[in-house]
Design a protein around this ligand. Structure first.
Ligand SMILES: Cc1cc2nc3c(=O)[nH]c(=O)nc-3n(C[C@H](O)[C@H](O)[C@H](O)COP(=O)(O)OP(=O)(O)OC[C@H]3O[C@@H](n4cnc5c(N)ncnc54)[C@H](O)[C@@H]3O)c2cc1C
Length: 409
């Protein structure tokens, strides 16, 4: 069976590694001419870690990231709302890790080159389109200068080419990304550990301006400082291009946070001393009725782009990859395997896309804000809302996304 994987990002490389584990060869075609450690922070939740552990890369990832101890929510005045333990500290069999997305990608890329062989991971191959008949698929590629490569034929093609997927565009030519009216800025800052240095923090809500903050590298400078990843989310009529590498400007969002100075964190200082700032709009796409078209299917962000909140982009791509590798590993009819994969994963991920739009994890903060009339609360948070009720919101999200404690056992 000749399998072509289009896109050597997190989903494509995980799929290639999963196939290789089952003794199935594949060719990976990645548009980028070189693999660079791009992006900023990414959080690997237990369902993502379970799949990465199965690929044998957990020890390497643990050495590169930071294991979260807890997740804590505050309102925009820095008042405590809710906390819960995370990963192994919450009883999961695997850790929850914060790490640099580029480092995760690097680990998967090196594993793929080592296990598949460098000759099977083709860089500088941007897929420009495909055609298929009853027997095979023919793929067209070009290099970064626009020069065409020879066409490639395969029995099965899995498009893992990300949110702006060229393959998906071929099946859904009129489709546009959906913009939520929210823009995000992401950055990394060398900073002393915040609240003990193993905490995933959410502060504020989209109505007040929101920050997500977590550490991704320990003792980054030999002086005990950490590399802290942060994401600022603000309502905005402007929609930037959805390019993960687009540089951002401090003046576009820093003023919203000017008075976010708490006794436990100075937010404007954290933001303004960043070594790198990137801008990305809150975009996703409406779920589509089909991913599988004959011998071709979609995977990861190409199949189900979702708002980058809730840390589920990489997790859902990794679960897609694991399921598809397993179905193709049964060595039955590969076209039937693609259909079966779609039947399970399309409805499951459509629910995550929808929940990220309507009841994301930070709904906890919105709920507390609503109850306090959008003002700082007096006395104790327990007088406003019980921790039990907030835990229910958190647990409901975990169930939809597939990482409740029971689901990952
Ligand atoms: C450069 C970059 C930086 C990112 N930074 C962050 C971040 O900081 N935080 C975060 O949470 N998420 C980030 N993401 C998104 C995150 O990696 C994905 O949401 C998630 O991992 C799902 O994985 P995926 O494999 O579906 O998509 P991706 O990881 O996006 O991989 C898609 C791959 O396909 C390649 N590709 C695109 N078009 C073609 C084509 N026509 N032919 C061949 N190859 C193609 C891309 O170069 C990329 O390597 C980033 C993605 C990219 C590409």
């Amino acid at each position: 069976m000749r399998i072509a994987v289009v896109g050597g990002g997190i989903g494509g490389l995980a799929l290639a590694l999963g196939l290789q584990q089952r003794g199935i060869a594949c060719e990976v075609f990645e548009a980028a001419p070189q693999v660079k450690e791009l992006g900023v922070g990414i959080t690997l939740l237990p369902h993502a870690m379970r799949e990465l552990a199965a690929l044998g890369v957990q020890p390497e990832l643990e050495a590169l990231g930071i294991e979260n101890l807890e997740s804590v929510f505050f309102n925009r005045w820095g008042q405590y709302i809710y906390r819960e333990p995370r990963g192994r500290h919450a009883g999961y069999g695997v850790p929850e890790l914060g790490m640099h997305r580029g480092k995760l990608h690097g680990v998967l890329y090196r594993a793929a080159v080592e296990r598949l062989g460098a000759a099977h991971v083709h860089l500088d191959h941007r897929c420009t389109g495909l055609q298929q008949d009853d027997r095979e698929v023919t793929l067209s590629f070009e290099d970064a200068t626009g020069r065409p490569h020879p066409c490639v034929t395969a029995d099965v093609v899995i498009a893992c080419d990300g949110v702006n997927s060229a393959v998906r565009r071929q099946f859904y030519p009129q489709e546009q990304v959906a913009f939520a009216g929210i823009n995000t800025w992401r950055g990394v800052t060398v900073h002393p550990p915040i609240l003990g240095g193993k905490t995933y923090l959410r502060i504020g809500s989209i109505d007040t301006g929101k920050m997500v903050i977590y550490p991704i590298v320990d003792d980054v400078d030999g002086k005990g400082n950490q590399l802290i990843n942060w994401v600022a989310e603000i309502r905005s009529a402007d929609r930037g291009r959805n390019d993960w590498n687009k540089p951002g400007s401090l003046q576009d969002f820093l003023p919203v946070y000017a008075d976010w100075r708490f006794d436990w964190l100075d937010v404007p200082r954290l933001i303004s001393t960043a070594s790198e700032v990137l801008e990305y709009p809150m975009v996703d796409k409406d779920p589509v009725p089909r991913w599988t078209f004959g011998r071709v299917t979609l995977l990861g962000d190409a199949a189900h782009p979702m708002y980058p909140r809730g840390s589920n982009g990489s997790a859902q791509a990794l679960i897609d990859a694991a399921m598809l590798a397993s179905l193709l590993g049964e060595r039955g009819d590969p076209v039937a395997a693609l259909r079966q994969y779609e039947a399970v994963r399309l409805p499951a991920t459509a629910r995550v896309v929808e929940t990220n739009r309507t009841v994301p994890p930070d709904f906890i903060i919105m709920k507390a804000d609503e109850l306090s009339g959008g003002r700082p609360y007096e006395g104790s948070i327990d007088d406003l809302v019980s921790q039990e009720e907030l835990r229910r919101i958190s647990d409901d999200y975990k169930k939809v996304a597939g990482f409740s404690l029971e689901a990952t056992k």
